[in-house]
Design a protein around this ligand. Structure first.
Ligand code: SF4
Length: 294
């Protein structure tokens, strides 16, 4: 089964009446040779990693590689009752930041789709779980998210060094928005719309990690992704559609990525990475890590 367009999966689901996750599992079975039971089991294990990591680290401070982050998740965890944006959204952002700090401290992560963006999916999935979405449904929604990521990887890129942070945080947000729609029993078309709305909104996002370390601005961008994913889930389910279909948005994202100068593609030579404060921080780290702010 040669699937290059997410819309192919949506159309098969609509025409046959088959659930979207089953259409995706059929595709994956042909691609990987695994049974659908095995694929579901493997996906369940990924969700388990997210659950275990967050449960054991949710109120902890992290010691990260260069200590430009590590206490933000804990601060947010202690603030959630005061959040003006509401508990669900703030919790999702909190989980996303905590899991991204876990990544920065070399903790166990699910690179879904990448290490730098590994907080977005748990941010959305674990908050859905906390508010009553059955675990089995979350596993199926993670399968749907995986298909969105696979199409992006096939048609474009998931790499910040290749296409900027839009390819990492943008793709993670598209995957999480699609997963949230599916987890909450939205339609296949709504999954596609939520993913397209997400990726469009983060298009052009540059990759500019301070000192080349996946800490600043990476960790907090995971909060952006989780928050936007929930927003676009609700927008898609309210009936808002993306005028430009997901597959075309993916192609446009890659075209923008190719246009980005090298300085904005994970080299640490542009954007946030060359601000005066970033240069000062890098200078302080220079002796220890032998890195250059030039
Ligand atoms: S800024 Fe670059 S390194 Fe950081 S999360 Fe985005 S793509 Fe990854």
């Amino acid at each position: 089964m040669n699937v290059k367009f997410f819309n192919d999966l949506v159309e098969i689901s609509e025409k046959t009446g088959e659930d979207l996750h089953k259409v995706i599992l059929n595709w994956e079975m042909l691609d990987t040779g695994y049974s659908s039971e095995k694929l579901i089991e493997n996906t369940s294990k990924l969700l388990k990693v997210m659950e275990e990591e967050y449960a054991s680290k949710k109120d902890k401070a992290f010691k990260t590689l260069v200590n430009l982050t590590g206490t933000n998740g804990k601060k947010m965890y202690n603030y959630v009752q005061n959040a003006f944006v509401g508990e669900k959204v703030f919790k999702a952002a909190t989980i996303a930041v905590t899991m991204a700090e876990n990544n920065a401290s070399m903790g166990r992560i699910v690179a879904c789709p990448t290490a730098g963006s590994s907080g977005v999916m748990p941010g959305v999935l674990l908050v859905l779980e906390e508010y009553g979405i059955p675990r089995d449904r979350l596993v199926l929604s993670l399968i749907v998210a995986g298909a969105i990521g696979k199409i992006i990887a096939t048609r474009a890129s998931l790499s910040g060094s290749e296409a900027g942070c839009q390819a990492e945080i943008g793709s993670a947000t598209a995957m999480a928005a699609g997963a949230a729609v599916y987890a909450t029993y939205g339609s296949a078309k709504q999954v596609s719309n939520a993913a397209a709305l997400s990726l469009k909104s983060l298009m052009g996002l540059v990759c500019d990690p301070v000192g080349g370390f996946v800490e600043v601005p990476c960790v907090k961008r995971n909060a952006t992704g989780a928050t936007l994913a929930l927003l676009f889930c609700d927008m898609a389910k309210s009936g808002v559609e993306s005028v430009i279909p997901l597959d075309e948005v993916i192609d446009a994202m890659m075209s923008v990525g190719r246009s980005l100068p090298e300085s904005l593609r994970e080299t640490g030579k542009g954007g946030i990475a060359i601000t005066p404060t970033a240069r000062r921080l890098i200078k302080g780290l220079n002796d220890k890590f032998k890195i250059s702010g030039d």
